[in-house]
Design a binder for this molecule. Structure first.
Ligand SMILES: [Mn+2]
Length: 247
């Protein structure tokens, strides 16, 4: 493990949750960058830890994600899109997954690539951390109210990606973010995480409440589904005998 000796380094609030010292560095006006090699997933799995990291670089975005499924909802999210950060922080806090997301995207074009690719990278990290999905509850659902809005999420960590999205907005934007991008995020997440995901906003007026209830409902449903079932700790929750990898 390599730690750069740099006084500008900022220690994560709870470095222990990553199983290793873990540092970020901020440079003036630039997104944080990782300076430390992260323990390999093989190493983490060998320790029985449900953690993973993803580094995903394209010509459109550069994204680092670190996830700990058995965390306490500690997050460090910096995508450059304020409202998206607000949503991903909800996902962490209410799922109790510790989540770091650092993204540098082509925001000068629009927020599309950064939104979609953050969904891919977080989904990939979750999928990786779940490994063979042994012992998980597999299913989760949540009815989540936020003032006048109510959203239902039901999901299955089936490794058969599918999205049902019944959410309508009456505004084109929330903050600087196009509301049509939320479906893109959920679609990307469902495919990358290998989850059958049904999201329905049953009613609501305020567009901020509507989408925030979607992310919070997702978080609560994920929390339930990835919980280890103490009665079936060593079993794959499928009569097929497999949920991980390609089916
Ligand atoms: Mn809010």
């Amino acid at each position: 493990m390599r730690v750069r000796n740099d006084s500008a380094c900022v220690r994560m609030p709870q470095p222990g949750v990553w199983g290793a010292a873990y540092f970020l560095r901020r440079t003036a006006g630039a997104p944080a960058v990782f300076l430390l090699e992260i323990p390999s997933m093989d190493q983490s799995l060998a320790n029985g830890a449900r953690r993973a990291t993803i580094e995903r670089n394209t010509n459109e975005t550069r994204i680092r994600v670190a996830i700990n499924l058995d965390g306490t909802g500690v997050y460090d999210v910096r995508t450059g899109v304020g409202f998206l950060d607000h949503m991903l922080e909800q996902l962490s806090r209410h799922s109790l997954m510790d989540l770091t997301v650092v993204a540098e995207g082509d925001l000068h074009i629009d927020f599309h690539h950064t939104t979609e690719d953050s969904g891919i990278a977080i989904g990939q990290a979750l999928n990786k951390a779940l490994g063979d999905r042994k012992g998980i509850q597999r299913y989760g659902h949540s009815y989540l109210p936020m003032d006048e809005a109510l959203t239902r999420v039901a999901l299955d960590f089936s490794n058969r990606p599918f999205l049902i999205w019944k959410v309508e907005f009456t505004r084109d934007k929330i903050g600087d973010m196009d509301t049509e991008l939320f479906r893109e995020w959920f679609q990307a997440f469902a495919v990358a995480a290998g989850v059958t995901l049904h999201v329905e906003n049953l009613y609501g007026e305020n567009n901020h409440h509507i989408v925030e209830s979607c992310y919070k409902a997702l978080a609560r449903a994920v929390r339930a589904a990835i919980e280890i079932d103490p009665r079936k700790r060593d079993a794959i929750p499928s009569t097929k005998g497999t949920l991980g990898g390609s089916l």
